[in-house]
Design a protein around this ligand. Structure first.
Ligand code: UT7
Length: 319
């Protein structure tokens, strides 16, 4: 029994906000710096009343429609987010209620930008062991709420959005290999080091990143895990049809792909239009490339992500 992606959906709030729009709003930056250092040209930002579960709902409905699955058939919902609607219940439960599903097992995953890869890895185990038949996996983020808009080294990098996939039990492949790791010793290089204590916020409630340290970590971890993930399935990385990486920095994406022997024409890049949407970036990129016809059934896809924790992971699958 394999676990196979049968539907994909995405959701982006509002209109694109370009680098120049941010500068006009008072961010001390320049368009050229952002494009050259990151590849980002625009991102979407949610309105104050929007919740992560709202974006997840729209992406999930699209994924369910494309899989031709009804919400009440879903028996597992995993939602990856660093920006939950509230402390508890889990945002996956709130998404479940909005979808009208009454029986699925639901939980959130907190693995920052690796959240979607972690969630897919877990869903695959549930399906392969026969514990569930139809899973909904979403990544949803409203990162704009945890950005310090006076910190130009981080606020220009991130965006809001959600992506979702339906994963079903199937006799044909399918997810071929999943690998995930974490090393908490690196917790301080990418973090939101704040907490709610009584009616106060203790610590710092905004995203802090040591960009150089994260860059160095990401380049090494992403190459290693992609090689390991492909080796487990006996597929040379250079043979994958599409590389769908976490969308954080075009320089990281290109150097990883080059070392893996994957040409630029086989990389799905959406960070120019979405920025870094953390746990949502991989399913959003999938949604774009499936929607425009680049990704076709039967092709091999390599998904991979790295994020706060530090966490990192990769999934190789036949679409
Ligand atoms: O999603 C999780 C994974 N996240 C990542 O993978 C992110 C990894 N890191 C990065 O992508 C890069 O390190 C950054 C894009 C964050 C930074 O790029 P960099 O090439 O490492 O730039 P830098 O930090 O070395 O900054 C160079 C200069 C500094 O000026 P001085 O001190 O050289 O005069 C910064 O003050 O760029 C300046 N700078 C800016 N200038 C204009 C920093 N942010 C900005 C900005 N606009 N937004």
């Amino acid at each position: 029994m394999f676990a196979r992606i049968t539907g994909v959906g995405g959701s982006l709030p509002g209109n694109p906000v370009t680098n120049l729009d941010l500068i006009r709003r008072g961010v001390d930056s320049d368009d050229d710096w952002i494009i050259t250092r990151t590849g980002i040209r625009a991102r979407h930002l949610a309105t104050p009343e929007t919740l992560s579960s709202d974006l997840a709902l729209e992406a999930s409905r699209k994924a369910l429609r494309s899989a031709k699955v009804d919400a009440d058939e879903i028996d597992l919902i995993i939602l990856a987010t660093s920006t939950p609607d509230c402390i508890f219940p889990g945002t996956a439960c709130l998404l479940q209620a909005k979808l009208g599903n009454k029986s699925a097992m639901t939980f959130d995953i907190q693995a920052a930008c690796s959240g979607f890869v972690y969630a897919l890895t877990i869903a695959e185990k549930f399906i392969r062991t026969g514990n569930c038949k139809k899973a909904l996996i979403a990544g949803a983020e409203i990162l704009s709420r945890i950005l310090d808009w006076n910190d130009r080294s981080t606020c220009v990098l991130f965006g809001d959005g959600a992506g979702a996939v339906v994963v079903e039990a199937s006799e044909t492949p399918g997810i071929l290999s999943c690998v995930a790791h974490a090393d908490g010793a690196y917790h301080s290089i990418l973090t939101v080091p704040g907490m709610v204590y009584g009616d106060k916020i203790i610590g710092h409630p905004f995203l802090k990143m040591d960009g150089h340290a994260v860059f160095r970590f990401a380049v090494r971890a992403l190459f290693d895990i992609a090689e390991k993930c492909c080796a487990n399935a006996g597929v040379p990385p250079g043979d994958v049809d599409w590389f769908v990486p976490h969308q954080a920095n075009l320089r990281i994406i290109n150097s990883t792909a080059k070392r893996l022997g994957i040409g630029p024409e086989r990389i799905v890049v959406t960070l120019d239009a979405h920025g870094n949407t953390s746990a949502a970036s991989i399913p959003l990129a999938l949604d774009v490339a499936v929607g425009d016809g680049r990704i076709q059934r039967g092709q091999k896809l390599l998904l991979e992500g790295v994020g706060g924790g530090m966490t990192w992971g990769a999934v190789l699958l036949e679409f």
